[in-house]
Design a protein around this ligand. Structure first.
Ligand code: F0G
Length: 348
């Protein structure tokens, strides 16, 4: 069986040298799925880049694999991160893979159950913080300074560098850059990394343009869409429940340079987009992941993107990460006695 992963596949585009261990759980090569129904409705050639098929179920693996490889190369004693869930799941998995201890700081009660289960089963030391993500990140940075641990949040440049690979895969598959990319924004690392990936590919002569980068936040946690910090972020999309994005400045620059913008959508719109993706396209993504599609559903008709454009929505995490939110909105199953007549009756 061939399992390449990001580090082997994109060796020449990444800061890899002979001393960098080629860590891999088989990240990347995620499917680019045409969204026919939604695309027709919106008048776009629309695709989903479904990051839920990464080894731990989110896009974080693309950058985590490089961050962990570089931590090993530098002789780090361990890893630390703050997380709304996915970063911690990814860090815990790659730490386990590499034999490094890992500490993760999570905002208490605000992490989806699948993500928490992942961090725990991979053997990370999991600390629940009575505070939000922004506070947990400050603690993680302080702990890393005191204990000499490698921080694997998106303040780590290798995280963002590895995450550029999502852009490279899009261009490799489409044969060109899309006209626009829409994606959810929390700490604003991924939108910065995606933009940098397209720019790097253009410089290398592998793409002739950079798409408009359109970042979508939840209305209750929309510091970049509103242009001011959000001291008490709140949203059903817990992955992007962030009020002070550490990569905010870089992301604002990237979005401006690309001709894109930041948008905000409501929690109802996010959950509506999640249901539409699941029911009309067969694609199950976690709530935060669906913010980009929610942004298109609300703004595409208002001149956001010219009709007929090729647009990729990055679906950042697998729907199974947060089964509780999905089940709460999807209704209950029919329950019957085990008799065929009753079944026929129930289904009629
Ligand atoms: N979508 C999902 C599913 C996420 O988990 C995150 C971030 C984002 C989007 C936003 O990406 O922060 O680069 O703008 N999750 C981080 C975490 C914060 O801790 O797992 P971003």
């Amino acid at each position: 069986m061939r399992m390449k992963g990001i580090l082997s596949r994109y060796k020449t585009l990444l800061p890899i040298n002979p001393g960098t261990p080629l860590v891999s759980l088989g990240e990347g090569e995620t499917p680019l799925i045409p969204l026919k129904t939604l695309g027709e409705e919106l008048g776009l050639r629309l695709f989903a880049k479904y990051e839920g098929t990464n080894p731990t179920g989110s896009f974080k693996d693309r950058g985590m694999v490089l961050a962990v490889a570089k931590a090993l190369e530098a002789g780090a004693k361990g890893l630390v991160c703050a997380s709304t869930g996915n970063t911690s799941a990814s860090a815990a998995a790659y730490a386990a893979r590499s034999g490094l201890p890992c500490t993760v700081l999570l905002p208490k009660g605000k992490v989806a159950s699948g993500k928490l289960a992942q961090a725990l089963i991979h053997g990370a030391r999991v600390v629940s913080i009575r505070g939000n993500f922004d506070e947990a990140l400050e603690l993680a940075l302080a702990l890393s300074r005191e204990m000499g641990l490698a921080v694997v949040n998106s303040v780590n440049r290798y995280r963002l560098w590895g995450q550029r690979s999502v852009a490279w895969e899009m261009v490799d598959e489409l044969g060109r850059s899309p006209d626009a990319v829409v994606l959810p924004v929390g700490n604003a690392g991924n939108i910065t990394a995606g933009w940098a990936g397209f720019v790097q590919y253009r410089r290398a002569g592998k793409a002739d343009s950079v798409p408009a980068m359109i970042g979508v936040q939840a209305e209750g946690a929309a510091p970049l869409a509103l242009g001011k910090p959000c001291p008490a972020p709140e949203t059903v999309a817990t992955a992007i429940r962030i009020g002070r994005p550490v990569n905010g400045k870089k992301a604002s620059w990237a979005v401006r340079m690309s001709g894109g913008k930041f948008l905000a959508v409501s929690d109802e719109e996010i959950l509506g987009a999640q249901r539409r993706l699941a029911a009309d396209e067969g694609v199950f993504a976690e709530p935060a992941s669906c913010a980009g599609i929610a942004g298109l559903l609300r703004y595409a008709g208002q001149g956001l993107i010219p009709r007929g454009s090729t647009v990729v929505a990055i679906l950042t995490g697998n729907g199974l990460k947060d089964p509780d939110t999905a089940a709460a909105g999807a209704g209950a199953p029919l329950e019957i006695d085990a008799e065929v007549g009753v079944l026929r009756e129930a289904l009629s």
